[in-house]
Design a protein around this ligand. Structure first.
Ligand SMILES: [Zn+2]
Length: 174
């Protein structure tokens, strides 16, 4: 059967696409937007492509101000199988939920809920971070190379990135 799928326009790249290839964002009040995951929110809505590029560009949009949790949720939906933390982190790099660098992370341990350690960190620093993470019961993963983590923040190399929001950390762990 030939089922007609309505088309919508991505608010970021302005491309027209099948509704299924777009995420819906509901405008629940003049300034409040939420990710309408199930497409059931009764409100005006806008659409964004299910691509990292458009979601990342949307995260910088001043008018459509989505919460970090919603942005992370969208990115996570793109990569359900093999989670790419780099994309998630890029999408939220301008938020107050992230901190990076060994000293900053160690100083802020009491507010940290998830740690991403570069795969090529030195053994000494790796041990130090893991010992602290275990002591404080903070989950951690090894992901990406130092230069890849650095790219997110336009630095040459970053050894470690930490998440300070419980909700975002949970989104990454799920
Ligand atoms: Zn788009």
């Amino acid at each position: 059967m030939d089922k007609h799928i309505p088309e919508r326009t991505c608010i970021v790249c302005r491309e027209k696409k099948d509704k299924n290839d777009l995420f819906r964002i509901g405008q629940v009040s003049e300034k409040k937007y939420i990710f309408d995951e199930k497409g059931k929110v009764q409100s005006r809505g806008v659409y964004v492509c299910k691509t990292h590029e458009c979601i990342q560009r949307l995260s910088k949009n001043k008018k459509i101000n989505l919460s970090m949790e919603d942005l992370v949720k969208m990115v996570n939906l793109l990569k359900k199988k093999s989670k790419n933390y780099l994309n998630v982190l890029s999408a939220m790099k301008n938020s107050e939920h992230l901190t990076f660098g060994i000293n900053m992370v160690l100083e802020d341990l009491d507010h940290i809920h998830f740690i991403i350690i570069a795969e090529d960190i030195s053994e000494k620093n790796d041990k130090k971070l893991i010992a602290k993470a275990k002591e404080k019961n903070i989950p951690y993963v090894h992901f990406g190379k130092k230069d890849e983590l650095g790219d997110i923040f336009k630095k040459d190399e970053i050894n470690v990135i930490a998440i300070k929001s419980k909700k975002v950390a949970k989104g990454l762990l799920d």
